[in-house]
Design a protein around this ligand. Structure first.
Ligand code: HEC
Length: 188
């Protein structure tokens, strides 16, 4: 980053005039994140100096130019347009005249949804989570989705090193079977 070419002296204390401040800020390469950060920090510093009475010389230097529009310009905020509306009263919405019909799901959708939404919360495909891996269950139940569905509705304690599986009887029978079928064919 390049500094301003010269610093104006007023009285004994060197101060940055507004143009120099602008020049300083413009010298920062804002195409990088670091540059944007530097410019923001500098702009805030310059702005603060102009307001904090303790930094008297800076205060004097800025008092003449300090209008809100000037600071917006200084901080690069002048590129933002005015907000054109202040309420949503006149916003046109595109609500359809008729409600969209409910989406009907076939069994595949249902099973997939239940499996990923519920079973997969405890069963990962090939690693131990809260429950045993799906791969193990696939090996145990191969052609028996009904067996899975029944177990899920009414699980019994089987493995000493796993917690008990909570019953999934909140799902209807059809959904449990669909989830079981999906569980048997899922491949990862
Ligand atoms: C809150 C966690 C949890 C959820 C959700 C869950 N399970 Fe389980 N599941 C377990 C645990 C823990 C075991 C091991 C229980 C045991 O061995 O005693 C298990 C075991 C099983 C078994 C093995 C039964 C056997 O004979 O060894 C099947 C099949 C099964 N779950 C199916 C499902 C299905 C289908 C769903 C989704 C509808 C599901 N689970 C959802 C935790 C869960």
């Amino acid at each position: 980053m390049r500094g301003p070419k010269h610093v104006v002296k007023r009285g004994k204390t060197p101060v940055l005039a507004a143009e120099q401040a602008r020049e300083l800020l413009d010298a920062i390469d804002t195409s990088t994140i670091a540059g944007l950060r530097d410019r923001a920090i500098l702009a805030v510093m310059i702005y603060s100096f102009a307001r904090v009475g303790a930094v008297c010389s800076m205060n004097v230097a800025f008092r003449t130019e300090a209008t809100p529009a000037y600071y917006q310009l200084l901080m690069g905020l002048d590129k933002y347009g005015e907000c054109e509306f202040d309420s949503t009263a006149n916003v046109i919405s595109y609500t359809l005249p008729e409600p969209v019909p409910a989406r009907s799901m076939d069994d595949v959708d249902k099973g997939q949804l239940a499996y990923y939404g519920i079973c997969a919360g405890c069963h990962a495909y090939n690693s131990r989570m809260i429950g045993p891996p799906t791969q193990i269950i696939q090996a145990l139940y191969m052609d028996n989705p009904q067996g899975i569905a029944d177990y899920a509705a009414n699980p019994e304690k089987k493995r000493p090193d796993y917690p008990e599986m909570p019953p999934q009887s909140h799902l209807d029978e059809e959904t449990r079977l669909a989830a079981a079928e999906f569980m048997l064919q899922v491949k990862r």
